[in-house]
Design a protein around this ligand. Structure first.
Ligand SMILES: [Zn+2]
Length: 76
């Protein structure tokens, strides 16, 4: 697909998980499409994806399933 930033055609979609919120109320969204472009080295969400993320965050209590997750801290 086409990269919005440099017009390269090598951009690819990767699906990632992102966490939002803080320790008390951590919220994870899985399977978010992230566009990665090998030519300009950028990774970004499309405007449409950003909108959808906001919508999911608004209705997180009604559409989420509780999962036990392991959380690791990168920094000590
Ligand atoms: Zn690019």
């Amino acid at each position: 697909m086409k990269c919005d930033l440099c017009d390269s055609k090598k951009a690819k979609i990767r699906y990632i998980s992102r966490s939002y919120g803080n320790d008390e109320e951590l919220f994870v969204i899985e399977n978010i499409p992230l566009i990665s472009c090998p030519d300009c080295g950028e990774s970004y969400f499309t405007a449409e994806t950003m909108k959808k993320i906001e919508a999911i965050k608004q209705q997180k209590t009604s559409i989420s399933v509780a999962k036990n997750i392991l959380v690791a801290k990168f920094a000590s």
